[in-house]
Design a protein around this ligand. Structure first.
Ligand code: 1CP
Length: 323
């Protein structure tokens, strides 16, 4: 999940030095600095590359901007004809600064800190491309995918191909593990989940694994519920990141024998802090700590989170917390 960002004063300071958010993602000096900030402050075991899932549509030629305080805005692609704006050739030149950031990070990070590269999964990225930004109900994306599955499938195919190549390049630049964020997987019914989540995630995992079988891939089909199990069985990911709603006992019994689990502290609980935070953090470690497990949040950190709550959380899960 997000490590850097607006909850850290040192991030806000760097953020003020650039015009747009994408400029921060494409300026290796600053992207390296921002990636390292939470590592220096807290000593996490892994660092996640500072970038965004929407650099892929940007690199494909869609207009993407981050309006201050409003989130991402894209020039929406609503039908097959709209795909004409996408250009697959120049993608990696456009993303070269991200690869440079990864290269520098792999040199600068201590060897014991794992560098995680990432991308958005095709369904989630496509929702932003079609809706033109964040959405409540994804009505346009769902309508297109139902009315013209082949045409919408073409968009998914373009994003799948670009994303797989993007992740391979991150590995070549020094990423040691990869995470695929399918943040809106959970809104899809079973058949659509198979087609728009499981299929493209499987394709990406298989392309990456063909070239780099040793690189672990973490999937995050947020909101998948019981379909987490099928997602593990069919995609070939090594690990899944659990969202905040996944019951721990079920995950330990059904998922952990098949995959490493990551998660799933509720960011609201981290924001609240105090006893509730300590209790829940211990509960997660007790329930999932007997198998392969990476402690993490169940979704991105909330920007009002006091940085001291993160420090306290680390004390608790590393066993230095009282009680
Ligand atoms: O400074 C700012 O105002 C920008 C806030 C911000 C940050 C810090 C955005 C805008 N993106 C990021 C970085 C980011 N995004 C990282 C880098 C790691 C780190 O911060 O340490 C990662 C992994 C992401 C992933 C991401 N971006 C996802 C998937 C994970 C999730 O949260 O579900 C998604 C959906 C996005 C899209 C996005 N980027 C930014 C915003 C405001 C949004 C939209 C969120 C929404 O639709 O609710």
């Amino acid at each position: 999940m997000r490590q850097a960002g607006r909850y850290l004063p040192e991030y806000r300071k760097v953020r003020r030095q650039v015009g747009g958010f994408l400029e921060l993602c494409y300026t290796p000096d600053l992207a390296v600095e921002v990636t390292l900030q939470p590592i220096h402050r807290y000593g996490f075991d892994a660092a996640i590359l500072f970038s965004d899932i929407l650099v892929v549509p940007d690199a494909l030629g869609q207009e993407v901007r981050f309006a201050e305080g409003e989130g991402p805005k894209l020039a929406p692609i609503r039908d097959v004809a709209g795909l004409a704006v996408l250009r697959e050739e120049g993608v990696h030149d456009h993303l070269a600064p991200v690869y440079e950031t990864v290269r520098r990070l792999s040199r600068e990070l201590p060897p014991e800190v794992t560098l995680i590269g990432f991308a958005g999964a095709p369904w989630t990225v496509a929702t932003y491309m079609v809706e033109g930004g964040s959405s409540r109900d994804f009505a346009t994306t769902r309508a297109w995918s139902l009315a013209d599955p082949e045409g919408f499938g073409r968009l998914i195919e373009i994003v799948t191909k670009a994303t797989a190549a993007y992740l391979c390049r991150q590995v070549e630049a020094g990423a040691e593990a990869l995470q695929l964020f399918d943040s809106w997987a959970g809104i899809l019914p079973e058949d659509a989940f198979e087609r728009w989540v499981i299929e493209p995630n499987s394709q990406i995992v298989s392309i990456v694994k063909q070239k780099y079988p040793q690189v672990p891939v973490i999937g995050f089909p947020r909101g998948a519920g019981v379909l987490y199990e099928r997602y593990i069985d069919k995609t070939g990911v090594n690990a899944v990141s659990l969202d905040t709603t996944v019951p721990l006992a079920w995950a330990a019994e059904r998922l952990q024998p098949k995959a490493t689990l990551q998660g799933n502290l509720d960011p609201q609980v981290l924001l609240a802090g105090g006893e509730a935070l300590e209790r829940r953090a211990r509960e997660i470690v007790t329930m999932l700590g007997n198998g392969p497990f990476i402690f993490n949040l169940g979704h991105g950190i909330i920007k009002e989170t006091p940085p001291e709550h993160v420090a306290r959380l680390l004390e608790v899960i590393r066993g230095n917390g009282r009680g």
